[in-house]
Design a protein around this ligand. Sequence first.
Ligand code: ZN
Ligand code: ZN
Length: 423
Amino acid sequence: MSHNDSKMIILLGDGMGGRDVPSLGGKTCIEAANTPALDTLARLGSSGLMYLARPGQPIGSDTAHMALIGYDPFTQYRGRGPFEAKGVGLDMKPGDVAFRCNFSTVDAKGLIIDRRAGRIESGTDELAARIMEVCKDGIDGVQIFFKASVEHRAALVLRGEGLDYRVTDVDPHEIGVAPAKCAPRDDCPPEARKAAEKTAEVVNKFVAIAHEALDTHKVNQERRKAKLPPANVVLPRGAGEAVDLAPFSKIHDGLVGAMVVEVDLVRGLGLYAQMDVIDVNGATGGADTNEIAIARAVADHIGSYDLILCNIKAPDLGGHDSNALAKIAAIEKVDRAVAFLLDTLNWGNTTIMLGGDHCTPVTVGDHTGDAVPVVFYGHGVRSDLVEHYSEKEAGMGGIGQIAGADVIPLLRNFAGRIVKFGA
Ligand code: ZN
Ligand code: ZN
């Protein structure tokens, strides 16, 4: 491949696709939004509908992004914990069981009074160091690794023989109750039951040991003095097994990839796949995110990579909140990011796929298995008859119906970066 082969961009509005909304006169949020840049892509490029994994199968952002960057979620996904732990910076070996955790507050009776320990901002590194100290000899022969992340977030990794990730959350996801006891999950198969029981026992002991170490720690003594909730308990959840993912560049013939993403989970997947993860000042992951700063980061860094995947989280939030106006505003943010890229990049050697990682219809308030509208534009992409970016028009486009796993091969085809099969 020559060095002047085209650059490839995947730009996603998280959960951007949806369904007809009665309060919008039957339009979808995309149709109701003002999207001149997305419509330019549709008019000059080629549209289609994408089922990320399987038609009708609702999926998470983690499994959707796995499919998009070339991994099979149905055989390679073992829970979100490993991606979270990787995102926090913990090292993992295949077979390790990983959890995301919250530092939380329990009262003298052991009832949770704040799941986020007042969104604690400092001292968690010291608390984590103390936990590592008291766990340095392991629990029941299992090695313990624990690391704090931003605010109340942290991650836990268990390493040892005979563990299984199919265990329940300690975090009860509500206040006024005690932390839940970790136990084998209902879907844990009989042959894994024993390992799941052992794993649950180690987790329950870890929670008790950590509570004892944290409750009287000087960080928490000072927090109590300052009338702040002490971070005196750790609540693991989202167990997963560390899988062995081949590096992104290996499964894509040496392509060098990067991510510009706001979601920790997807960021962890990128790190797991050994992609570079680019941080952006002003990318908040919320409705107030700076979409121009995000687009500028893509433009600034594309020279150093073959492919950049970028995800703007805001549309998914509007979808989960069943807030059509918030979702429309978020889609218009994605449109402004695309407008910036249209103005900034050299489209003689750049190809983009614009779409979503799943639908989050405001009429449902959660992810659905509906097809996501996508559009390819730029170098190598022929036009079709579609004029606007929308769920309905995309179905009439030249790309047809594709799976998430088809995106990178299609981009590589347009970019002239895929080897001919046959003579
Ligand atoms: Zn998503
Ligand atoms: Zn979501």
